[in-house]
Design a protein around this ligand. Structure first.
Ligand SMILES: [Zn+2]
Length: 192
């Protein structure tokens, strides 16, 4: 999912990673129309170094693109892996499954595979899911609001679905920065 990041501040997660001197690389985000986004992803049975690098790269790519979530097919890899950060730290979900949903929310949703656009989508307001973390340890997660929306959105990608299939009404252009943020940026520009 797409949304802008804490006034352009680099998230804590990446600072930590830099200290560890891990090599991360940005991957190219596939844009709607790319066939890879319509395919069903395969489960992950083992976290190989290759999968581990993929997860790091997905996080880096998501933060770089101001996203709150990214699924492996969005970087061209047909594996059941998603990363999410709604501002509370990174969540890695391998082979995720939704166990329970409740309520509903209707609001604008965007996607890094369709940049600069959004549309109204109704999603559950509460989601309980089960997944494996980057060490392949199983866990359960509960989310409300944006987190519930992000989990549903990203899991749809693993089965080749985009939010546009669920949009009520028109898909419209979006501008992420609000006027206050723009003022902040102008000040930063003057200092630079
Ligand atoms: Zn998406």
């Amino acid at each position: 999912m797409e949304s802008c990041w804490q006034n352009g501040q680099r998230p804590e997660y990446l600072k930590t990673k830099e200290n560890e001197e891990k090599t991360m690389a940005l991957r190219t985000i596939r844009i709607m129309g790319d066939e890879v986004l319509t395919k069903t992803c395969r489960e992950v049975t083992k976290v190989t170094p290759r999968i581990s690098n993929l997860i790091d790269d997905m996080l880096e790519t998501m933060y770089d693109a101001c996203g709150v979530g990214l699924a492996a097919p969005q970087v061209g890899v047909l594996r059941r892996i998603v990363v999410i950060d709604v501002g509370e730290g990174p969540i890695v979900m391998i082979n995720p499954v939704i166990l329970e949903t409740a309520g509903s929310q209707t609001g604008d949703e965007g996607c890094l595979s369709l940049p600069g656009k959004a549309g109204q989508v109704t999603r559950p307001n509460y989601v309980k899911a089960r997944a494996f973390d980057e060490n392949l340890e199983e866990y359960e997660i509960e989310g409300e609001g944006l987190l519930a929306r992000a989990i549903c959105h990203e899991l749809d990608h693993l089965d080749g679905h985009m939010y546009v299939e669920k949009v009520e009404g028109e898909i419209h252009d979006v501008q992420y920065a609000d006027p206050e943020d723009e003022e902040d940026w102008e000040e930063i520009d003057e200092e630079a």
